[in-house]
Design a protein around this ligand. Structure first.
Ligand SMILES: [Zn+2]
Length: 262
């Protein structure tokens, strides 16, 4: 068989292209990334567009394509969060007093807006087929994410905040045209604040048709009574200090700076 290079995927961002490349190279497939310039053929396309072509040998084409199929949203989100040190492996003391082998430093999700935006594109993809007037973000973690998802889907953006213990829609927003919305949250643990947001919106006659999050830490246990789209499902294990294997191994215990509670 005549061996030649074939393009098996195209990416418009470096992170995704490198992630795919690393995944394939781990499986001992030789990968070439090529910058590709596509002329805008439609008058609405401003300027040229650039894509990154991922090429492999024609002999590896089938195997490589199969591997890339496994690069789903969860793998993407997990790799991206790890790359930005938002998803940490180690030995952590949680605010509950329990010990854990993993920790999400969620503020770091927002520290790299480019990376956060890539995650928001995945969320936008998941909810784009719903009929929506606006995207709602609970303060503070959901604000930047909901804003970016709203921008991508060309919808309105609104945020909620806790005021005198009560979850409320930030005053000043014009809600007159808003009937159906999506709630976008960073991390769902018990779902408590999302439930409060749903109630706050419903009392104003606004229907929440879908909930989306970057990470579902509930172990897929939370039920919002409507579709829930999470890029990544994590069931992070934790133990009483007296039962902790990592303590027994003598691994140093880290107390993360930010609150783990949500
Ligand atoms: Zn421990």
């Amino acid at each position: 068989m005549d061996e030649h290079l074939v393009t098996i995927a195209r990416y418009d961002n470096n992170f995704e292209a490198e992630l795919a490349k690393n995944l394939l190279e781990d499986m001992e497939i030789r990968v070439y990334l090529l910058n590709e310039r596509m002329m805008g053929i439609y008058p609405t396309t401003a300027g040229d567009m650039y894509y990154i072509q991922l090429q492999v040998s024609s002999l590896d084409e089938e195997k490589a394509a199969r591997i890339l199929e496994e690069l789903d949203d969860a793998a993407f989100a997990s790799q991206l969060l790890s790359a930005n040190n938002a998803l940490l492996d180690g030995h952590f003391l949680l605010t509950s007093g329990r010990h854990s082998s993993a920790y999400i430093e969620k503020i770091r999700i927002l520290q790299s807006p480019g990376a956060a935006s890539l995650l928001c594109r995945k969320i936008a993809d998941r909810i784009k087929d719903y009929e929506l007037d606006a995207i709602i973000g609970p303060a503070y973690g959901g604000i930047a994410l909901a804003f970016e998802v709203a921008r991508i889907l060309d919808k309105d953006f609104v945020f909620t905040q806790r005021k005198d213990e009560q979850m409320t829609i930030r005053s000043g927003f014009d809600l007159s045209g808003i009937k159906k919305v999506a709630v976008v949250e960073d991390i769902v643990t018990t779902g408590g604040s999302v439930f409060e947001v749903i109630t706050a919106l419903e009392t104003r006659g606004i229907e929440v048709v879908v909930v989306a999050a970057l990470v579902d830490r509930s172990g897929a246990k939370v039920d919002f009574g409507r579709p829930f789209e999470a890029l990544l499902e994590l069931d992070i294990p934790s133990w009483e200090a007296s039962d902790c294997e990592l303590c027994k191994q003598g691994m140093a215990l880290v107390k993360p700076g930010a609150s783990d509670k949500k």
